[in-house]
Design a protein around this ligand. Structure first.
Ligand SMILES: [Zn+2]
Length: 355
């Protein structure tokens, strides 16, 4: 199945298209904005605009959608469009080369799944851009483009590029590539957590804010791409998505379990808060220390969605508002270098104590 069309983001599209037409597009970009707002889809759109063979910089200045390169981009099969997403490696290889092969395999599997079902949910909290992925990226950066004059790299959830001891050479090579990419190359990183990104990476790319979409755009996507025109809860789901199309998918309506899992985590947490100090501590200790930070912040996001909808429903609003503030604080801590177990324990106490 081809990718669904990109909805909204006209302002950024115009700016990017203008930059391509005038030859001023930075080679290293960071798209930052809320989870599910469409940053990677926008990056793929940019890739298409750059690889299209009919984009002459004229009136339209974006991928035509018809030429061979465009069609290959839309089916995620273009040899010069390299999409890196966080992966979870189930096995560990003895040597670095073998490990790179495993990363390539894992990445290939994710992309094959996306070709089948281009609407996807957030990768699991354990998935990352490990050092093997970075080495693979460096190898691909060194290749000459196969089809046209340039190649494009999209690196989703870039805050999951993790530094690893003993792999400093690869990390430095990546920084150098970001600072001075090969002349035929554009790199687009995306993140919902720019502050969690390595500062050395952040300082080497041009940051572009991707804003939430209007509800009317989210509604149009739900109706046309998800076939939800007759869904009675459509307007509720659009409101809950808060301008992020990806959240329509995570709310559990279109298959997949990611949203349900996060919902369950938030639910368990709220129960633990009510059940008292022992239950709260038990919940905190059941969390993974450090590695699963992505999953933990996703759980907090889910908690925020619930609290906000409680606030909208007018439930004991003073209490709910202060709870929201505490969760927002906790989310900031969780994005820094603080152990999720500790954050959950403190947040649990905060929410559980009488206000
Ligand atoms: Zn084209």
């Amino acid at each position: 199945m081809p990718l669904p069309p990109l909805y909204g983001h006209e302002g950024i599209r115009n700016r990017l298209a203008g930059a391509i037409a005038s030859g001023r597009l930075p080679q290293g970009l960071l798209f930052e904005g809320p989870q599910g707002v469409g940053k990677q889809r926008l990056a793929l759109w940019l890739g298409q605009a750059l690889l299209c063979e009919r984009n002459d910089g004229g009136a339209k200045r974006e991928g035509c959608g018809d030429c061979r390169p465009c069609r290959l981009v839309l089916t995620l099969s273009h040899p010069d469009l390299h999409w890196f997403v966080p992966v979870e490696l189930e096995r560990r290889a003895a040597d670095a080369d073998k490990q790179v092969e495993l990363a390539e395999e894992a990445l290939g599997e994710v992309l094959a799944a996306r070709r089948e079902r281009p609407l996807y949910e957030r990768p699991s909290g354990m998935a990352s851009h490990g050092i093997a992925s970075v080495r693979l990226l460096l190898r691909k950066l060194a290749l000459t483009p196969v089809m046209g004059p340039r190649k494009v790299f999209v690196i989703g959830d870039a805050e999951r590029l993790v530094p690893q001891t003993g792999a400093e050479a690869a990390a430095n090579a990546l920084l150098k590539a970001l600072e001075e990419p090969p002349p035929d190359t554009v790199l687009v990183l995306t993140t919902a957590e720019p502050d969690a990104l390595l500062a050395t990476i952040r300082s080497r790319v041009v940051r572009v804010r991707v804003a939430r979409l209007a509800d009317s755009v989210v509604t149009a996507f739900a109706q046309r791409e998800l076939g939800l025109a007759d869904e009675p809860s459509l307007s509720q789901r659009v409101t809950a998505a808060e301008g992020c199309i990806g959240r329509l998918l995570a709310e559990g309506g279109v298959g997949g379990t990611g949203g349900a899992e996060r919902g369950e985590g938030a639910e368990r947490f709220l129960h633990a808060v009510q059940d008292g100090p022992v239950a709260r501590l038990g919940f905190a200790l059941s969390l993974q220390p450090f590695q699963a930070r992505g999953g933990f912040t996703a759980m907090l996001d889910e908690l925020l969605v619930r609290l906000r909808s409680e606030a909208r429903a007018g439930k004991d609003s003073g209490k709910v508002v202060s709870a929201i503030a505490r969760v927002v604080d906790a989310r900031e801590l969780a994005q820094g270098n603080v152990n999720p177990q500790l954050v959950a324990a403190v947040l649990g106490e905060d929410l559980g104590s009488p206000r």
